[in-house]
Design a protein around this ligand. Structure first.
Ligand code: UDX
Length: 447
């Protein structure tokens, strides 16, 4: 009989995981404590923008015409406890307010709500990104509080999905990593991931701390690559070099590779910034803070890029104050193909210029509602040309495909000045220059 799976927490990670599990053929029950989210999901609607996710959900959510009916949603913990052979915990672990450490309260409360309902054999699988050592602690908690005792076991199975590619990353991950303490746990997880593994996905079996560390170290490595290339961009600016060429050239070395070497205004979002900070905080608690002091520098190089973009804009406008200058901002989300504006470098830059007196107008293909909620005092336009109309400078801050397809000649007709600053090194400089624009980018020569 097919395994029955529950997914606790139906945010980004959980909604995607639940739909993917149904796609793999399992019976799935998703739980969330927010009634509005459950209502939306039951209608096959997704609370965020993620390419392909709504289609996947609608293929499986019970009650939707033509669906397999394999995916249902509930708010009832007893039903979850009763239903699942495996329970995937997918709640979020945000940065604690005013601190580096991560907030484990959602994870802890999920375990507290679930444990009393684990009356028979079950495998609880943590997916949330947590400080190393959490799995040990949570396993002890389950042993003490689940009526099934040792039959309610824990495993840790970190998630590496990227926003914008969540569906593909979940169905065809680069690797599956499982931290387990028994053969039974390994066997169950092998069954869950049999399809991707049969298609060639490596399956790495390890202990709890290693599984937890794989996630935080992978994100730290990615953050390091981005800050490294941004540091090189600063050197290029100081010397007249071109960071895009530099990245291309070092990327041909197999040992370095071409990915995550795009210089610009740096990384943001709900993961990389908070994960490297929580990692540093945890290392401090473990007395190993020296091992991660370099991450402080990675974080500070990253944050510095936002201020550098503001200064580049000021200089390009001839120096002095922003007062009276009209600034068009293309992009509000922290990356393209997402509506997520959490810790978005683009909105941070827009906000800084606004606070310094610039008249900022933002346009983003999918992030407008979230941006408006977060920065209600910025100006907004409902298309790129509308944002650019009358602008003294255009800032390209999130590299949506839509912006690469813009017609620089037509935009030049409506802008007050043909001046574009590419904060993502993602536009074709020659195309813009041919249309009469002054094109500038971080870490690259001015002409
Ligand atoms: C990241 C990890 O990639 C993923 O494996 C993990 O599970 C969650 O965190 P995500 O936050 O979706 O995923 O975004 P990612 O694609 O990694 O980009 C993060 C940030 O880095 C974005 O702001 C992006 O614009 C920036 N970035 C990325 C660069 O500035 N330069 C690059 O070369 C690549």
């Amino acid at each position: 009989m097919a395994l029955k799976i529950t997914v606790i927490g139906t945010g980004y990670l959980g909604a995607t995981h639940a739909a993917a599990m149904a796609e793999l053929g399992f019976e799935v029950l998703g739980l969330d404590v927010v009634p509005e989210k459950i209502d939306m999901l039951r209608r096959g609607e997704v609370p965020m923008y993620e390419p392909g996710l709504e289609e996947l959900l609608r293929r499986h959510v019970a009650g939707i015409e033509g669906s397999t009916g394999r995916l249902r949603f509930t708010m009832d913990w007893a039903e979850v406890g009763e239903f699942g052979d495996l329970h995937f915990v997918c709640v979020n672990t945000p940065q604690r307010h005013g601190e580096y450490a991560c907030d484990m309260s959602y994870v802890d409360s999920a375990f507290a709500s679930l444990a009393p309902h684990l009356t028979g054999p079950a495998l609880v699988v943590g997916k949330s990104t947590v400080p190393v050592g959490s799995a040990d602690r949570l396993a002890a908690y389950l042993a003490e509080h689940a009526p099934a005792g040792g039959d309610a076991e824990l495993a840790w199975n970190p998630e590496f999905l990227r926003e914008g590619f969540a569906v593909q990353d979940t169905l065809r991950p680069d690797r599956v990593v499982v931290g387990v303490r028994s053969e039974r746990a390994e066997k169950l997880l092998r069954e869950v991931y049999a399809t991707p593994v049969a298609e060639g996905t490596p399956f790495v079996v390890t202990d709890f701390p290693t599984a937890e560390l794989v996630k935080t170290s992978a994100n730290s490595f990615l953050a390091t690559k981005i800050s490294f290339i941004n540091a090189m961009a600063e050197l290029c600016e100081a010397t007249g070099g071109d960071v895009a060429k530099l990245a291309e050239a070092i990327g041909y070395d197999d040992r370095i590779g071409p990915k995550f070497l795009r210089a610009g205004i740096g990384f943001g979002g709900g993961c990389l910034p908070k994960d490297i900070r929580a990692f540093m905080a945890r290392a401090g608690e473990l007395g190993a803070d020296q091992a991660l002091t370099f991450l402080r520098e990675i974080d500070s190089i990253n944050m510095r890029q936002r201020g550098r973009m503001v200064e580049l804009t000021r200089q390009a406008l001839g120096g002095g104050a922003f007062l009276g200058k009209r600034v068009a901002v293309l992009g509000a989300t922290f990356k393209p193909d997402s509506d997520d504006v959490r810790d978005s470098p683009a909105l941070n830059v827009a906000g800084q210029i606004h606070l310094q007196g610039g008249q900022v107008t933002v346009y983003d293909p999918k992030g407008m509602d979230n941006a408006r909620r977060l920065f209600p005092t910025l100006g907004y336009a409902d298309s790129a040309p509308a944002a650019v109309r009358g602008a003294d400078v255009v800032l390209h801050l999130t590299e949506w495909q839509e912006f690469r397809e813009l017609d620089p000649a037509a935009l030049g007709e409506v802008a007050a000045q043909r001046l574009i600053l590419d904060g993502r090194n993602a536009l074709d400089a020659e195309v813009w220059r041919r249309a009469g624009w002054r094109y500038r980018a971080m870490g690259r020569p001015t002409a």
